[in-house]
Design a protein around this ligand. Sequence first.
Ligand SMILES: [Zn+2]
Length: 216
Amino acid sequence: MGERYHLEPQTGVGFTLERGRLLKISDPRGEQVSDLTAFAREDVSEWLSSGRTIDYANTIYLTAGHVLYSNRSRPMFTIVEDTVGRHDFLLTPCSRETFALLYDFHDYHPSCFENLTRHLAAFGITPDAIPTTLNVFMNVNVLPSGALRILPPRSRPGDHLLLRAEMDLIVGVTACSAELSNNGRFKPIDIEIHAMEAEVADPAPGHAVPATRASA
Ligand SMILES: [Zn+2]
């Protein structure tokens, strides 16, 4: 059994993830967003890029089969399984300024940005390096006018997103702290890391089928 992390509501975690390992982000209670970011372990100036990923996928709605790219156009993750089918990669992690500017809330408020910066500092990642996050389970509709509308997540208890690391990574994950994104209630997030399992993983493109399968 691999590593596991249980994120209490409005918290986060940072960890390293080896190439080929599987990262499962689960929503145990439903309707809870989880922000994900990543950096190349060998050089943290390479980071998970919303812009590159959306360019190459040619869609803002990313799901199983899509590759998530770095700012250097190298694959960082492949989405292997997706039981929800709606996530957001347009919006930044919620921050104190988000709550002040969007919601006119000026006191202290926990945020994904604070949780990511706190847990990634040990890996040499500074606050200004935190990019647009993949907001797992976040449900953002784009209206014909171009306006964005944040709706309750479509995730139900036990839903998950499974990603395969395509390079050695430093990863940050949160249980999001924004009221509107989580239908007004803050819930936990569960994370599991597994070695690649043959029944889950597809062979990489261009690789031969193993010879052992040819003995019919
Ligand atoms: Zn958040």
